[in-house]
Design a protein around this ligand. Structure first.
Ligand SMILES: [Zn+2]
Length: 351
């Protein structure tokens, strides 16, 4: 009797553990790079639509709508949001309300609210406003750096050292992320040498950045170049390379994310509805699309903590505020596959 029950229990366990993977998900979720067998892989998707997206389009979204966006993204499970940029309002009127939007984001428990700061003055404001993280952009392309920031890359490194000293003197806990842009080339200069990207990334850390990220600002990367550069960068600085930022300008955004994931990266920037663009290519798509990226990761068995159905609903709301703007992304057109909701995929991955 006892052995029969034991057998039935075993059978029950066997059934429970196999049912979700076998019947509902014929596509294997097994090639997941995780530390231990059976441990579920996780990734963080950082929403940058309110900064990278909105700064590149003409429509100015109201502060009330930005707050609605942040609340809905938070409710959907997003826990890292770049809420704006501390740049002069005359340069980017779309982001003039960053301090107000940040103040609201800080009221949401557990949300990491970041801002972009192009210089020391912006960093002062980020510290005053208590941002959790500030991203200081550096362009690895000398020509792009001079055109966009009016500084050489090494002058930006020196600025980061001053920002670090200011942060430490203020006793603030705001993290500093050095964002190395045009890491795969740029429209002004063409090629950017990998050795130069790696040198500047290390220089940012030596100057006091807490961590660094690599960005394909203009959509020049491909999965092979991503695997190569991120592999070398990880070998050099390990987990201090904290994020990958891809634009989908030429349709390779998600493929590039996958290549970076394979290289060990677990945080990715993305824009809801793929908004944004490229100043040199009118109509071009912006960052990788948040909802498509979350769907891809969950489909791979990588937990993001984000409800993609809620993201699709939010996309519709945001689309209503951006009438006339070109939106991007693919998932919203076809919808989720039947019987393959991401929640079910998570369940399968943990079984
Ligand atoms: Zn960008």
């Amino acid at each position: 009797m006892a052995s029969e029950m034991y057998f039935l229990i075993l059978l029950g366990i066997f059934k429970i553990s196999l049912r979700p993977t076998r019947k509902r998900h014929p596509v294997s979720t097994s090639p997941i790079p995780s530390a231990l067998p059976g441990v579920v892989a996780h990734a963080m998707v950082r929403e940058v639509g309110l900064r990278d997206g909105l700064q590149s389009i003409a429509t100015v979204v109201s502060t009330a709508h930005k707050i609605e966006w942040i609340n809905a993204a938070y409710a959907a499970g997003q826990r890292e949001i770049e809420v704006g940029s501390f740049v002069p309002a005359r340069l980017l009127p779309q982001l003039a309300d960053t301090a107000e939007v940040l103040a609201h984001a800080k009221t949401l428990p557990g949300l990491v609210a970041s801002v972009l700061v192009p210089n020391f003055k912006g960093a002062e404001r980020a510290l005053e406003c208590g941002a959790d993280l500030m991203v200081v952009p550096l362009s690895a392309s000398h020509a792009h750096s001079l055109a966009n920031l009016r500084k050489t890359p090494d002058e930006v490194v020196a600025e980061v050292a001053r920002i670090r000293a200011l942060r430490d003197a203020s006793g603030s806990r705001t993290l500093i992320e050095g964002g190395v842009g045009t890491a795969f080339g740029c429209t002004l200069q063409g090629e950017v040498a990998e050795s130069e990207v790696l040198r500047l990334m290390q220089a940012l850390l030596d100057a006091g950045a807490d961590r660094v990220s690599l960005a394909d600002t203009v959509g020049y990367a491909d999965p092979a170049s991503v695997a190569r550069l991120f592999g070398k960068a990880r070998a050099l600085v390990g987990d201090r390379l904290a994020c990958a930022h891809f634009h989908d300008t030429r349709g390779m955004g998600l493929a590039n994310v996958y290549a970076a994931w394979q290289a060990g990266i677990t945080r990715f920037d993305a824009c809801l509805a793929g908004i944004g663009g490229c100043p040199h290519a009118p109509g071009a798509s912006g960052n990788v699309t948040t909802e498509d990226l979350v769907f891809m990761l969950e489909r791979m068995g990588v937990a993001t903590g984000i409800d993609v159905t809620a993201l699709l609903a939010l996309r519709q709301r945001v689309a209503g505020w951006l009438a006339g703007e070109t939106l991007h992304g693919t998932l919203w057109q076809a919808g989720l596959p039947q019987n393959a909701a991401p929640a079910a995929l998570r369940e399968a991955a943990t079984a």
